[in-house]
Each structure stands twice: as C-alpha cells, then as structure tokens.
Write a protein that binds this ligand. Sequence first.
Ligand code: NAD
Length: 483
Amino acid sequence: MKIAVAKGDGIGPEIMDAVLRIFDAAKVPLEYTFVDMGKWVFDKGFSNGMTPEAKHTIEDLGILFKGPMETPKGKGVKSVNVTARKTWNTYANKRVFQTLHGVDTVFSKAGIPIDITIVRENIEDTYGGIEHMLTQDVALSRRFITRPGSLQVIKYAFEMAKKNGARRITCGHKANIMKLTDGLFLECFQEVAKEYPELRSDDIIVDDLAMKLVVRPQDFDVVVLTNLQGDIISDLCAGLVGGLGFAPSANIGDHIAIFEAVHGTAPDIAGKNIANPTALLLSGISMLRHLGLMENAAIVENALLYTLEQGVHTGDFGDKNTPALNTTAFAEVIIGNFGKTPEHMARPLLPNAPVTQTAFKLSRNEMMVSEETQQEIIVGVDMFIESSGQPEFIAKKCQRHAGVKFNLINISNRGTQVWPTGSVYTNLVNQYNVRFESIDGSPLTQQDVLGLYVSLSGDFRICSSELLNMWGERKGYSLAQGQ
Ligand code: NAD
C-alpha cells in the first residue's frame, strides 16, 4: 500500500527519517510517496504551502504522514497544517495521551495512571480565520459551529469510544456563555448520546474540565470538544504525560486521514539530530492501526515502550544522570528492542488485516444539510455602527430611522447593554450594536432591512449587520448582557 509522506520543516526531516527507519526495520508493508509541503514550498511561491502534485498524490492515496511545518510569518499566508486538515475535511482530531513508563511526570511519580483521548473538532470554530476590523479599534472574529459539522465529529467520538470499550465520554463546552454556538455543539452531543445508551456520557464546562484534568486526570477517558477549546485542552493533556514530545495526533476524515505529531518544527534544535521522535512515532503507530496493520503496530509500540521503560531517552526528558541519545541512536535502540515485551501496557500481537488502498475519487461533494423542520422568519436586525458618541445621542438618532416597521430595542457596546438602561461605569469603544426589532413581532422582509440600512447609513458608518431570525418559538440570536 502506498501512502504520502511529507517530511516537513525544522526537526521534521530528522524525526521522519528516524520513524521511517524504524518502520523499514519492522518490515511495515508500506511504500512512501514523498510530497512537497511546508515552508520551502511557500518560499517557492505556492501560496497554500503545497505543490499541485502533492495535492493530487494525497487525494489519490488517502493517507498523509507528515512532519511539522512552519508557516512563514508576516506574509499573510495561512498555515499549511490547518489548510490540509480543512481542505480534506479531516473533521476529527484524535489525540491520545497515555502514561509512558520511563517518562517521569508528577502523576507517574504519584502512581496515577493517565489514559485520555481528546477528540477535537478540526474544521470549524474560530479556525475559519474569518476576521475583520470593524473600526480602527475593534476586531471581530466569526466563530462558526454547525449542526452537520458537530454531528460528524461527535459521532466519530462515540463510535471510537464504543469500539475501544471506553469508560466514559465527556463533552467539554462553554454553553453557559456561548448559548447558541457551544449550545448547538452540546445539543448535538446529547442527541448522539441517546444512540449509545451503553456508554456513560456527560458534559462539563471547559474551565472546570481544565481544573479537574489537573486534579483528577484518571477520572476522564474520551473527551470531545470544539476546535479551539480542544486545542488548548489537548496541550494541557500533553503536559500531564510529559510534554509535546509524547503527543501523537490523527486527523480523521471520511476519505483522507493525516497523521502528525502535535508539536511544531522546534527551530531552536533543528539540524542538530537531538529531537525526540516519540510523538511522530506514536502518530505513525496510530496510522498503522488505522490501516489495519495491527501486528506491525504492536511490535513497534512494544519496542518503544520497552525502550522508555529501560530509561533510554533523548535530551528533552528522562534522567539527567544518564546520557541522552541523539535522534538516530534512539531509533536504533528501539529497533534493537523489537520482540521485547514491556512490563507495562504491553500490546497484544493481533494479526494484520488485509491491506487495501482506502482512498477513492470523489467527483462531487454532497451538501451536508439538516432537514428543515420550521421556516425561519426575520424579526429584526442588529446594526453594528461606528460612533464615538454617547448612547443617548445614538439612540435619539437611530429612533428617527426606525420608521413604521421597526422599534429600537437596545444598544450595546462590546456585548453589554448601554441603552435604554446601563451603567456609566461601562467603558465604551467606538463601535455599537444597535438592535431593531419588528413592531409587534410581525415578520420582516430583507427589503425592509435594506430600507433601514440605507436610512441609517445617512447618519452612521455601518460596519456590519446580522439578521435576527426565529424558528417557531426558538430565537436565533443572543441577548446583550443586561438586556
Ligand atoms: P514547537 O512545538 O516547535 O516547540 C516548542 C518547544 O518544544 C521548543 O523548545 C522545542 O525545542 C520543543 N520541542 C518540540 N518538539 C520537540 C521534539 N520532538 N523533541 C524535543 N523538543 C521538542 O512550538 P513553536 O516553537 O511554538 O513552533 C515552531 C513552529 O512550528 C512554528 O512555525 C509553528 O507554526 C509550527 N507548528 C507546526 C505544527 C504542525 O506542523 N502541526 C504544530 C505546532 C507548531
């Protein structure tokens, strides 16, 4: 079977060479097609960090094993790592954090075992990178959370939890504050949970989760989160098991999967042959399992675990009183330990499944859309305007534009209501959200809203606007703080 391999930047080539050397020695039945991705590809003028040939190869083969890649700074280009995950819709980012014997941490010293799998939504959230300056002082980021996108990753997490016999599956969220976005994610989690009554499922507010993961990490098993929260919580979990050098990552989609380490290109140690290849090796092992190469995966993982148990280490971890090995020597010790069984967490030698090329050509991508149960109606509009005036002054002007179809409901500044009631202690910036609703809740048309827009633009610069929609009794917008 062929897979695409991109060595990456910085320490990427060193750790990838070490891992492929281990795979070759373990007679892993894979052929590698090397593809051009990373900083040097940006530098050659390819604005998305990969050549068209690389894109074709990855789409043909369906599997990308990649080293870390650097995003050139200050050139306005997007991270090739994020582009790859989004372009190929690898919607679930699975990161497994397990106690590794020989890697000392506060928890291993206290005899507290850690075995946590974070499933992070990988496409949506603030990672859309959709940002605008509304005024010179005010930046806005759009955070997309969708029902189909949330269902995809949550279903993946439940299936994985069931297959692995998980004790518990937990949804981390901030739905107490972000009632519509995180609220939607949590609602999807609760819907899917009903289909898996055999699994213990629950939810937790993400800040509480962060605290509990540090205090009692052994209580958690599978945790599913939105993109940014998942990013932060997974680095916290990396810290629990010894740092980024031990954090593997699998980006799973329906057609294409990407395997990489969580850490970056480590420019401070690049080219010195001292980087720790463990995280990339663990990512490679999870790729072997994904491909059904169970026996190869177990042989390599047992050798790695045995090596760590013996106290063999690179410079970034382990006993400072024993000499650190360089990347190549560390890989050679692992190869020398093939066939040895670690004392802890030994993996059973299950047979390899027949290897088949998993990718297939998509001619078009179907729209992911939920069944429409109720028609939306427009009941108002939020106008985001630039002004350095005081709330009373803005209200007076805005009321003149409300006409016969709209009521001026409230004005907020940075999400806090400042009119009709508010506090003089609320600090103001030069951008207000002025909320107009229809008189008596009667439905409005887009033309009504445009009429208001034109009228209001005579007095204010309108930076942005959002329709206020209702689906039956359900409001499609949040209230301002204090409203
Ligand atoms: P980093 O992970 O590269 O380095 C953080 C620290 O950890 C450094 O001190 C580094 O020496 C150390 N470190 C990381 N991996 C190590 C390893 N395998 N062995 C030993 N020590 C290791 O994070 P950074 O410095 O914030 O980022 C550097 C670059 O990597 C940036 O350009 C960033 O965009 C990129 N990056 C890429 C990915 C990816 O490809 N998925 C992920 C994160 C960062």
